[in-house]
Design a protein around this ligand. Structure first.
Ligand code: PMP
Length: 459
């Protein structure tokens, strides 16, 4: 039972003492006042239970207040909260070794940070130090963070400010096979076939070739032979679970490396088994990046981030001294270490694959039933449901109608996310402990919410 501050008072404080930009991301018209969590469940201050399918944006990886992770945190809190990494202490070293052992060769060297933005900032700096080049390429629609450096990488107007951000960042066309100008079903690296039409001929993916030719054009127009790094989320998160055609990343990485640049995978949302088939999103693209950045799920919601790279690239950091007060904090390291164990012990990667595939298969049936569900896509528990005005035009469903469905789903007890450059995609990225029953419950709720929406339109 919750005996704290009243809802009215919290809203008052939010108005008076919290930055206005934090109000904007209170997505709901009727806000949700969360008070407690356990595994895939959240409870509000009135005791109403929600199935959490957004996990604080793919952040709660193993489950809210997971007992094993909570115990690891408690043990460490009693022993040592903080010391700087100028001293040698066990939890950081245990964790760096454990994390590195979960990445393919030659990715063996870890630097711990406090957030994804900070990890991406460091990745940019490292790429520039290592290559001696300056230019960075990211995808349109991408999200890489909120710091001055990482907002330069971001390509989504909602997260950009009309002030100077970092120099040297160029966006290239996102090879989005649903909303982009080229595409088709089997271009997509997905466990379920989600759209019918396909521009591919005889197994050769024309869309991939077309998007690659666009990337070549970006090199020619914007970064002739001075590229430091190319950034990609293996599946775009904030962009709305956007997947790229098969072999696109492989060819893009080759082109970047031919030009002396490094390839960076931003695994902030896709890492730690969420995509089901692999521990890391990049693995299903058949590539090995030069630098991998991670955060969010790394510590199940405790503030932490990391970059992992090769010994050779890491050595370029010696050109400068870098100090980070909290990076690799003993409690954060103990939690992250326990998260990695828990992903394995609880079989969460396999669960992501099984539940995610089932969920997408069931959602694809709703897509076939309703004119306004344009696309269902993803991998494991990194899922997007793109909403359209109608299937023929594929115009994005309006923000107002998106909100109605979103609010209805919440009122029926399920929390999901919204994303995409027009806010047109529902995002489903739950704690990886969700069950088949949870998936079925959501499908029933979503079916009802979309049905209600269609009814309102007819009336
Ligand atoms: N990269 C990606 C792919 C993200 O989704 C985010 C956060 N939404 C970030 C980086 C930034 O992480 P943080 O908010 O921890 O700085």
């Amino acid at each position: 039972e919750f005996k704290g501050m009243s809802k009215e008072r919290m809203l008052e404080i939010r108005q008076q003492n919290c930055f206005p930009m934090t109000m904007k991301v209170t997505f709901y018209k009727k806000p949700v006042f969360i008070h407690q969590g356990h595994m895939q469940w959240l409870w509000d201050v009135d005791g109403k239970r929600y199935l959490d399918l957004f996990a604080g944006v793919a952040t709660v990886s193993v489950g809210h207040s997971h007992p094993k992770v909570t115990a690891a945190a408690e043990r460490q809190l009693k022993r040592l909260w903080h010391t700087t990494n100028i001293y040698v202490y066990p939890t950081l070293h245990e964790y760096c070794e454990k994390l590195a052992s979960n990445l393919p060769e030659p990715l063996k060297v870890v630097y711990l940070t406090n957030s994804g933005s900070e990890a991406n900032d460091l990745a940019v700096m490292l790429a520039r130090l290592h290559t001696g080049n300056f230019d960075i390429i990211t995808f349109r629609g991408s999200y890489h963070g909120g710091s001055p450096q990482s907002t330069g990488l971001v390509s989504n107007h909602s997260y950009k400010y009309p002030v100077a951000s970092s120099l040297g960042c160029t966006n290239t066309m996102c090879p989005d096979v649903f909303r982009g100008i080229w595409g088709g079903s089997h271009c997509r690296d997905s466990p379920v076939q989600t759209i019918r039409e396909c521009s591919c001929a005889q197994g050769h993916c024309m869309a991939k070739d077309q998007y690659i030719s666009q990337l070549r054009e970006t090199f020619a127009t914007s970064v002739p032979s001075r590229i430091a790094a190319f950034f990609g989320e293996p599946i775009q998160g904030v962009g709305g679970a956007v997947q790229y055609p098969k072999n696109y990343l492989k060819e893009a990485f080759e082109l970047v490396r031919e030009r002396g640049g490094l390839c960076i995978a931003d695994e902030v949302q896709t890492g730690f088994g969420r995509t089901g088939s692999h521990m890391w999103g990049f693995q299903s693209h058949g590539v090995i990046p030069d630098i991998v950045t991670m955060a969010k799920g790394i510590a199940n919601g405790f503030p932490m981030g990391a970059i992992v790279t090769t010994p050779e690239i890491a050595a370029s950091f010696n050109k400068a001294v870098h100090f980070n007060t909290f990076g690799g904090n003993p409690v954060a390291s103990a939690i992250a270490s326990s998260v990695l164990d828990t992903v394995k012990e609880d079989g969460l990667q396999k669960n992501s694959l099984d539940v995610g595939t089932h969920l997408m298969t069931e959602l694809a049936k709703l897509r076939d039933k309703y004119e306004i569900i344009g696309d269902v896509r993803g991998k494991g528990l990194m899922i997007g449901v793109e909403m359209v005005k109608d299937k023929a035009s594929r115009d994005p469903l309006s923000p107002e109608v998106m909100s109605e469905i979103f609010e209805d789903v919440k009122d029926m007890g399920v929390l999901i996310g919204k994303g995409g450059i027009y806010g047109q995609t529902f995002r489903i990225k739950p704690p990886m402990c969700v069950t088949m029953d949870d998936a079925d419950f959501f499908v029933a709720v979503f079916n009802k919410a979309v049905h209600n929406c269609m009814e309102r339109r007819v009336r």
